[in-house]
Design a protein around this ligand. Structure first.
Ligand code: NDP
Length: 284
């Protein structure tokens, strides 16, 4: 039976480390500040935004909250982002996605200063990751690397398979595993014989957005299985992209849903904000 990778515990450790560093910066007169922008009142977004603000409070950051009405124009949003880009006291800017249909997410994300792009979505940060220059890395894949490292799982030389190629999870995940000297294969909806490829993986990352899709047949005996998916299934119960019950007996390590990858995303967001504040200090 697989060992459970405890994302709650590991994310708590990271937040604790960030908290201590934030206290140190505060003594030097720097208050780490994250600006969070939400447009409209999407219920799930409100929960995510609320959790991010709570995490800021916990680690001792200041959060600035901008709750804009659904009918906000793109120009109004771009103006706000521009104003926050220019503020010396703001370290990170986070625009909660999805945005209403009349606003281009792409334009808004690219308008955020790459130095304050704590989500790591700006094309400049994606490019930095691709060529191996320091920058902000998308929080979910960055969190997965922490889960692996802090569980003592070696990546170097391992066969790593990532299922999913989105800009926020799959692609940065593949780049990070490559940076750690894994041998990486990326699969997507057009991949042929997916089960044969995933069954080669020493480390399998499932980020395809299909509930319980990865069953035992997709997994090699003794593999490390990381489940990025989040879905609300029967009886309102959360599940991931991995069929936990059939895969866990075969894997060596597995992340549960909830309590695996999910909590790491916010912890890494806090870590990115801290990094931004330190960069600001170094510049001044
Ligand atoms: P996207 O929908 O943007 O991407 C899904 C990817 O999976 C695409 O690249 C798609 O391929 C691929 N895919 C879809 N179906 C299949 C299939 N049958 N076989 C192989 N590949 C397939 O999703 P995200 O990357 O944004 O998110 C993935 C999952 O992770 C979701 O469940 C999401 O809710 C969750 N998530 C969890 C987070 C957390 O904090 N735990 C954070 C972010 C996401 P193609 O490119 O060809 O369409």
């Amino acid at each position: 039976m697989a060992e459970i990778i405890d994302g709650k515990k590991i994310s708590a450790q990271i937040k604790e480390e960030v908290k201590q560093e934030a206290e140190r910066l505060l003594k030097e007169g720097v208050t780490v500040t994250l600006a969070v922008i939400q447009v409209g009142q999407d219920k799930a977004s409100s929960v995510y935004v609320g959790n991010k603000k709570k995490a800021c409070e916990y680690v001792g950051f200041r959060s600035l909250s901008y709750e804009l009405p659904e009918e906000t124009t793109m120009q109004e949003l771009l103006d706000l982002v521009g104003e926050l880009n220019g503020r010396m006291d703001v370290d990170g800017i986070l625009v909660q996605l999805p945005l209403p249909a009349h606003i281009s997410e792409e334009k808004v994300i690219q308008a955020i200063s790459p130095d304050k792009d704590v989500d790591g979505f700006h094309v400049q940060n994606a490019g930095r990751l691709a060529v191996g220059i320091e920058g902000f890395v998308s929080c979910t894949p960055a969190g997965i690397i922490e889960l692996l490292k802090r569980s003592g799982i070696e990546i170097c030389g391992k066969e790593c398979v990532v299922v999913g190629r989105s800009n926020i999870v799959g692609k940065p995940m593949a780049a990070l595993l490559l940076r750690e000297n894994g041998t990486v294969t990326v699969c997507h909806s057009r991949t042929k014989e997916l089960d044969k490829i995933t069954a080669r993986a020493d480390i399998l990352v499932a980020a395809l957005g299909k509930p319980k899709f990865i069953t035992a047949e997709y997994v090699k005996e003794g593999a490390v299985v990381i489940d990025v998916g989040i879905h609300r299934g029967e009886n309102n119960k959360l599940c991931g992209d991995v069929d936990f019950d059939s895969v866990a007996p075969k894997a060596s390590y597995i992340t549960p849903v909830p309590g695996g990858v999910g909590p790491m995303t916010i912890a890494m967001l806090m870590s990115n904000c801290l990094k931004s504040a330190k960069m600001r200090m170094d510049k001044s």
